[in-house]
Design a protein around this ligand. Structure first.
Ligand code: KG4
Ligand code: ZN
Length: 334
């Protein structure tokens, strides 16, 4: 069985051709440049760019894979959550191919695909705790199987990736902010600024990052943006974020253990997992916790169509296919 999948929920336009044995014939991720100068994603620009790029990269993917469009058995696309314009373009494009070729169309949940992404390259054991760190979401899931994914904690305001992007903007760095801050932090001293870690001591599994962003805004206003200052603040910020994330995951493991759930694995997914400082901190902090830590394959960390294809291949195509499914910007897992 050969799947053709598209991902267009935000500012990455991506297509993937994968078979049921996990073989990737082609995977193209095009990161739209149009947003850089705006310091964040402009939905209308993203929609237009998806429309222009999708057709081209589909043709390139078919050529690269040595397949014809008629060889594809099932079509899948992200149908939410995300920006409605980009979702409509990706899903309508992909549905059109399915209609034209009289093949099934499978609507796919973007967040569920991030959560399942580590199962592509790891033998993940359940029960599992999954920490999802993207530009729009910061969530903790208790996962008992690929089909049973339960939300148990989330951010009350900004997401981690969004906070990286906003702090980068305050520091005069370009979008996306995550890689910029990680790079600057390499030359900084993380003990320079003692930043607030909201909700860290509260007995719940929720996050809050807006106070941290505001604190950084106040510090930025009182200083000049020289290289050393940017490096030190980037390092202190990254230290503070990882401290919050690690503490909340520890609380999660403790809470589940009190409920007699013996968690076997911890997976960390989404664009922020590209951050080596954060992933190393997690590995160090949980080495004595009796849980295996899993990350997605590098290609499946940031938004990509391979995780959409992989999610589709894990479904029963007959029951999951639905040509009339409507894209939903607020789609949740259940
Ligand atoms: O999962 P993703 O590609 O898209 C969404 O579903 O939102 O995540 C994008 C987010 C952006 O906010 C970006 O700044 C962040 O991931 N990101 C990083 C790094 N690379 C990407 N954050 C921290 N460190 C990085 N190296
Ligand atoms: Zn994503």
């Amino acid at each position: 069985m050969l799947v053709f999948a598209t991902e267009t929920s935000c500012d990455e336009t991506s297509v993937c051709i994968m078979d049921k044995n996990k073989h990737i014939y082609s995977h193209i991720v095009f990161t739209q440049e149009a947003h850089k100068k705006h310091g964040g994603v402009v939905p209308e620009l993203a929609s237009r760019a998806h429309l222009e790029i999708l057709q081209n990269i589909t043709q390139i993917a078919l050529k690269e894979s040595g397949k014809k469009i008629s060889d594809i058995d099932v079509f899948a696309s992200t149908c939410g959550p995300g920006l409605i314009g980009p979702l409509l373009i990706g899903s309508t494009f992909t549905k059109s191919l399915a209609i034209g070729l009289n093949k099934p169309f499978v609507p796919i949940n973007h967040i569920e695909s991030h959560v399942l992404s580590p199962t592509y390259n790891n033998k993940v054991e359940y029960p599992q705790v999954c920490l999802l760190l993207t530009g729009g979401h910061t969530e903790i899931y208790h996962v008992t199987s690929k089909k049973n994914i339960n939300l148990i904690g989330e951010t009350l305001d900004d997401a981690v990736g969004e906070t990286f992007d906003k702090v980068a903007k305050l520091l005069g760095l370009s979008y996306p902010g995550g890689p910029e801050i990680e790079q600057r932090a390499l030359n900084g001293d993380e003990t320079t600024f003692d930043l607030p870690a909201p909700l860290i001591n509260e007995d719940n599994l929720n996050f809050s990052f807006s106070g941290l962003k505001t604190a950084i805004n106040h510090i930025v206003k009182k200083n000049s943006l020289n290289t050393e200052f940017i490096a030190n603040l980037s390092a202190s910020f990254q230290f503070c974020v990882s401290k919050i994330l690690i503490e909340k995951v520890k609380k999660t493991l403790k809470k589940l253990s009190e409920e007699s759930v013996s968690v076997k694995s911890l997976s960390i997914v989404g664009g922020v997992t590209n951050n080596k400082y954060i992933s190393e901190k997690f590995k160090d902090s949980f080495q004595n916790h009796n849980v295996n830590i899993f990350f997605p394959h590098k290609e499946m960390m940031s938004d990509n169509a391979a995780m959409i294809a992989w999610n589709c291949l894990n479904k029963n195509i007959e029951t999951a296919s639905n040509l009339y499914y409507k894209a939903n910007p607020r789609l949740s897992i259940k």
